[in-house]
Design a protein around this ligand. Structure first.
Ligand code: ATP
Ligand code: MG
Ligand code: MG
Ligand code: MG
Length: 580
């Protein structure tokens, strides 16, 4: 590829709404352009990354015996009514009507359609097992589309669905997929962890998420460094002993002032002791623009734990809900809220607030935080309709760093991750709802045993960047870089020798099947290097007059602090040797 022919549209500044580094860098590198809330153009540079991700996924899915097909983006509502999800799924499901006022959905996933395919096409046990997959556009009307491709509304997913004769077969198919996922994520060259996830109503342990480790991840991962135990927070909490931990004795507790609502009242309201272990409560105020996009988030994290009482509630101000928490000191908090030294509160908030427990949300109005001084306390706790109060209370369980792991092999550690893949054993949930059967060996109809397996194709590049970047830009792993090598001639317009050497190396790399781009745009060296460092091409060869006079060119990996001189005659072999 010649850079002059390609579309390179780098930017000096990131858009104001880009909160996380992957969103900033993908936009600055010209990989994506926003078209609407959670809706993006995949620009040529970004599409190349997406296509490399797809190619790896496709190769490994095929290797694992899955079969590719494509199901429509627009799907008739009737199928979704069969499983009840047309009504049940809530506002994330985008429902549309055609000119005849017939209902459709834009697929957020495809269990219904693929189960319909199976009940029509898979008639006999002889055709089983089968695993059908697609790499296809999805739409989910996310409550908070944000972070660019990380949580878009329109995005690309690889979704696969397995069909088996019986439970044992389905579980074997699940294991085949779990193994394929490990190969896929190994090939991406990212640090990731497979964690146990909640399998919801299905029960059992056959649900795992593949989490790319990154401080900005939206999910908390609980793992044991001394064993291979790893689970997402929901799952870890489901395994943890129920209810709040025993509270230490606390001589500081004061009696609530009548007419005011104190910390104690809040604790009572939540049904937990005042000195207690409950999960972090995150208070978030979102400022929305007319399109319903979040333009500003103010987030306060209240961490309430067993070894603290409400006198010592820690409040952390974090710039985005899931960007990791910075805990402020009590004096800092007092100063921020303008209250007496040593006291937390009052936090007068005029606008309605959302209160978030983990990721579930209830709405509170006029919430005022309190200290334990009479007349200095909280007021007006009103639970809203997004989340019924009992669910929140049931959710107030905590797993903290240092807790014993369920396998008893050591203390737990917690880190953050980005969910890029999910494998799930479904059982007969969909086949029963849609009466999808095949004829078994005994000639009798039997419901398919199913599993479903997703990978966030467009989320993956964002996750890769969260994990691999520096102050100059992106650092792509070779496997998913938009180009593997960039050849940068310096002063090719003035020097025939430079142009000839660059063209020769470019041609040599092309002939060797290397994904190479030559920067023939005639940019100044500084601007040229800044572009490629921002875009994150892992290998760069610079060819200039001065070096060539000594018969040398310069090679630099994106992670190298300095360039390495390489004899021009050996450049091709040298670069090939550096590719992973
Ligand atoms: P999340 O917990 O992040 O909302 P999910 O559990 O709802 O994701 P799944 O239904 O498991 O997602 O879908 C499979 C994969 O699709 C996810 O593991 C993730 O990588 C990707 N994905 C889900 N929602 C989005 C989105 N809004 N934007 C980009 N990728 C997404
Ligand atoms: Mg989701
Ligand atoms: Mg999830
Ligand atoms: Mg999931």
């Amino acid at each position: 590829m010649k850079a002059s022919q390609f579309l390179i549209t780098t930017l000096k500044e990131a858009p104001a709404d880009a909160e996380v580094v992957s969103h900033q860098l993908m936009t600055r590198a010209g990989m994506i352009r926003k078209l609407g809330a959670g809706i993006y153009n995949y620009m040529p540079m970004g599409l190349r990354v997406i296509q490399k991700v797809e190619a790896i996924v496709r190769e490994e899915m095929n290797r694992a015996g899955a079969v590719e097909m494509t199901m429509p983006v627009v799907q008739p509502a009737e199928l979704w009514q069969e499983t009840g999800r047309f009504e049940k799924m809530g506002p994330e499901l985008l429902r549309i009507q055609d000119r005849h006022e017939r209902d459709y959905v834009i697929q957020p996933t495809s269990e219904e359609v693929v189960t319909d395919v199976a009940r029509q096409e898979l008639r006999s046990y002889k055709q089983l097992p089968k695993n059908l997959y697609q790499i296809q556009t999805k739409f989910r009307d996310e409550r908070r589309p944000r972070f660019g491709l990380m949580r878009g509304r329109e995005f690309i997913m690889k979704d696969a669905y397995s069909f088996d004769r019986d439970e044992a077969g389905a579980k074997a198919s699940y294991q085949v997929m779990a193994a394929a996922y490990r190969r896929i994520f190994d090939r991406f060259g990212l640090k990731y962890r497979a964690v146990a996830a909640d399998s919801g109503a299905i029960g059992g342990d056959l649900s795992e998420e593949f989490q790319v480790i990154a401080a900005t991840g939206e999910d908390a991962i609980v793992y044991c460094p001394a064993s291979d135990y790893a689970a997402n927070m929901e799952k870890a909490e489901a395994l943890a002993p129920a209810g709040p931990r025993p509270a230490p004795a606390n001589p500081m507790v004061k009696t609530p002032t009548p007419g005011k609502s104190t910390c104690a009242d809040v604790a009572e309201y939540l049904g937990v002791p005042l000195a207690t272990t409950i999960k972090s409560l995150v208070l978030a105020t979102d400022e929305l623009n007319e399109a319903g996009e979040v333009v500003k988030s103010q987030v306060w994290l209240l961490l309430l734990r067993g070894d603290h009482d409400m006198n010592e509630v820690k409040v952390g101000k974090v710039p985005g809900l899931d960007k990791g928490f910075r805990f402020a000191s009590i004096p800092e908090i007092d100063a921020h809220f303008g209250c007496k030294p040593g006291y937390l509160g009052p936090v007068g908030l005029k606008k309605p607030l959302k209160i978030v427990a983990d990721r579930e949300v209830a709405v509170m109005a006029d919430w005022i935080c309190g200290s334990n001084e009479p007349d200095f306390h909280t007021t007006g706790v009103n639970w809203g309709r997004d989340l019924p109060e009992p669910d929140l209370v049931a959710d107030l369980r905590n797993v903290v760093e240092g807790d014993p792991s369920p396998d008893g092999k050591g203390p737990l550690a917690i880190e953050r991750g980005i969910e890029v893949g999910h494998v799930f054993y479904l059982g007969t949930k969909y086949s029963k709802a849609m009466n999808a059967t095949f004829l078994d060996t005994d000639g009798k109809p039997k419901h398919f045993e199913m599993g479903c397996y997703g990978i966030g194709i467009t989320r993956l590049p964002a996750a890769a960047i969260e994990q691999n970047h520096d102050e100059r830009g992106i650092v792509w792993p070779d496997a998913i870089a938009p180009f593997t090598v960039v050849v940068c001639p310096v002063g090719a317009d003035r020097s025939e020798a430079v142009k000839a050497a660059a063209d020769e190396l470019y041609a040599g790399l092309l002939a060797a099947g290397v994904d190479v781009i030559i920067d023939d745009r005639g940019e100044r060296p500084g601007a040229m290097f800044a572009d490629w460092e921002l875009i994150g091409v892992p290998h760069r060869v610079t060819i200039g007059d001065r070096g060539l006079k000594e018969g040398m060119v310069e090679y630099q990996h994106r992670r190298d602090a300095a360039a390495t001189k390489v004899p021009a005659t050996e450049a091709l072999a040298f670069v090939k040797g550096r590719l992973s």
